[in-house]
Each structure stands twice: as structure tokens, then as C-alpha cells.
Design a protein around this ligand. Structure first.
Ligand code: HEC
Length: 127
């Protein structure tokens, strides 16, 4: 009886050490696109903070140029683009071809890399 109580206590203690993440964030972190995102986009972007580029959480499904507090190029802000799988794929093949005057020049040449990164952006946007 005492041993059982001690065990219950120990397990409860362990439970407190396991970090609690929202289920979505946890599954997005395990996607192949998570590593690619860090490696390729992480120099300029993060999910939750505006850096050289705008914050990305929620970007999938939102209008281009609408991250709060980020100073976009006028051309991207006025583009009328809504970010979805097709528009993101086109953007990552040549942002300045898609939107003349955009401030982003980085290109992802590999179709499967683009697809993985887009899946990651979708998951971290809760879509
Ligand atoms: C060298 C810096 C740099 C890198 C690397 C970079 N970006 Fe960007 N990104 C920017 C900048 C700057 C903007 C703002 C463009 C503007 O205002 O015209 C931007 C804007 C964007 C937007 C538009 C967001 C919005 O809110 O409308 C998306 C989507 C995006 N980047 C995706 C990516 C992805 C995905 C990667 C990695 C594959 C990436 N970027 C890599 C600098 C970068």
C-alpha cells in the first residue's frame, strides 16, 4: 500500500516534468517541413515574431501583407494574394517574379522541399 502510494506520487511528479504543448504545435514539429523551415526560412522568419520577414503562424489562409506590426513592401501589401498551397508554391519559386517590388528574394528550387514547407506552414496555421 505504501509502495503503491509512493509510485503514484512519483508518476504524478513525472507528469509535471513533461512539457505540455498544444497538440497541433507538437505534431507540426515532427513534420519533415519543420527542419527545412528552420534551415531555409529561419534566417529571416519565425512563427511568432516579425524579424527580417514577417511572422508566419497563421499565414496559411490569410491575406498577404497582414501580419500585425510588420513593415511590408507596398507591392506585397497591395497584391490581393491570399496564401494557400498554390500561391505559396508560386511565391517560393520566385517571390519577385510573383510580386514585382517584393522585399523577399529567397527561392526554394525543389518541388518536394516547397511542398514539405507548405505543409508545415499549413499545420502551424491550424489548417
Ligand atoms: C533573406 C531573408 C528571407 C528568407 C531566407 C525567407 N524570407 Fe520570406 N520574406 C522575407 C521578407 C523581407 C518578406 C517581406 C516581403 C515584402 O514585404 O515584400 C518575406 C515575406 C514572406 C511571405 C509573405 C508573408 C505575408 O505575411 O504576406 C511568405 C509566405 C514567406 N516570406 C515565406 C518564406 C518561406 C516559406 C521561406 C523559406 C523557404 C522564406 N520566406 C525565406 C525574407 C525572407
Amino acid at each position: 500500500m505504501i509502495a503503491l502510494r509512493a509510485l503514484t506520487f512519483a508518476l504524478a511528479g513525472l507528469g509535471g516534468l513533461v512539457p505540455t504543448h498544444p497538440a497541433l504545435a507538437q505534431s507540426a514539429d515532427t513534420l519533415p517541413g519543420a527542419k527545412l523551415y528552420q534551415a531555409k526560412c529561419g534566417t529571416c522568419h519565425s512563427l511568432d515574431a516579425n524579424r527580417i520577414g514577417p511572422a508566419h503562424r497563421g499565414v496559411f489562409g490569410r491575406a498577404a501583407g497582414s501580419a500585425a506590426g510588420y513593415s511590408y513592401s507596398p507591392m506585397l501589401k497591395a497584391s490581393g494574394i491570399v496564401w494557400n498551397a498554390a500561391s505559396l508554391d508560386q511565391w517560393l519559386q520566385g517571390p519577385q517574379k510573383m510580386v514585382k517590388g517584393s522585399k523577399m528574394y529567397f527561392v526554394v528550387p525543389g518541388a518536394s522541399d516547397r511542398a514539405a514547407i507548405i505543409t508545415y506552414l499549413k499545420a502551424t496555421s491550424g489548417k
